[in-house]
Design a protein around this ligand. Structure first.
Ligand SMILES: C[S@@+](CC[C@H](N)C(=O)[O-])C[C@H]1O[C@@H](n2cnc3c(N)ncnc32)[C@H](O)[C@@H]1O
Length: 214
């Protein structure tokens, strides 16, 4: 989902840095061979994530929701030289594709993929995060936020995708509030009020919440 009028979106993409070739191929491969390709970050969001990573220059990044590896490869562009990304996904079927493209991007030694249920894995990781990207099941955003918070460095960032949820958070597409929409609405409200962080909700693509730990 993206909220910009088509013409503005097209103009925005035309005036944004092109995707590196490896990401173009990964996007194509995902659309041809994987279920629900709309889950991929894609060109504009990918460039936003890469730019944010370059601005922050993180050492350790945690990503929850690898999918085919697109966003992890984007984040790697801004890593410190000795930095590392840990990325979690429960879906075994897409592992091979993520592995192949991460290898092609020359990032095998920079990105560790962990297959499993995120809430089981997160507490086992003992790193201090400069950046966390939550992009998995929406009903657990709240839990992941709690699980990672202590280990986010002061001044570190938590990015959370799909927080506008196709506009359902404001009742677009009908008034019925399903479980995922409710979870996202509650999450947005909670983090907006959380005095331990500063936040901006960017209306990019399906909504990106950016939180900075004070
Ligand atoms: C929206 S996709 C991630 C997209 C990816 N970050 C990108 O930008 O291309 C969400 C992913 O979260 C994974 N996922 C969903 N629930 C999960 C859970 N409980 N534990 C681990 N991964 C989960 C799904 O298998 C899916 O691949």
């Amino acid at each position: 989902m993206q909220f910009l009028p088509e013409e503005i979106y097209k103009y925005t993409v035309e005036h944004t840095q092109e995707e590196p070739e490896v990401l173009k191929d990964l996007d194509r491969d995902t659309h041809l061979n994987v279920l629900m390709p709309r889950m991929i970050s894609g060109h504009l969001m990918g460039r936003v994530l890469a730019m944010l990573s370059k601005m922050v220059r993180p050492k350790f990044i945690l990503e929850v929701g690898t999918y085919t590896g697109y966003s992890a490869i984007c984040f790697a562009e801004g890593l410190q030289e000795d930095g590392h990304i840990f990325t979690i996904d429960k879906n075994e079927e897409i592992e091979e594709m993520a592995e192949r493209h991460i290898e092609r991007a020359g990032l095998n030694d920079k990105i560790t993929r962990i297959q499993g249920i995120a809430s089981d894995i997160i507490p086992t990781l003992e790193k201090k995060w400069d950046m966390v990207f939550l992009d998995a099941d929406k009903k657990n955003y709240d839990l992941y936020y709690d699980q990672v918070f202590e280990n986010v460095n002061k001044g570190g960032f938590i990015l959370v995708d799909n927080v506008l949820w196709s506009g359902k958070v404001v009742g677009m597409h009908g008034k019925k509030i399903d479980a995922d929409t409710r979870a996202i609405m509650d999450f947005n409200k909670r983090v907006h009020k959380d005095e331990r962080v500063e936040n901006v909700l960017f209306p990019i693509r399906d909504g990106l919440m950016v939180l900075r730990k004070k």
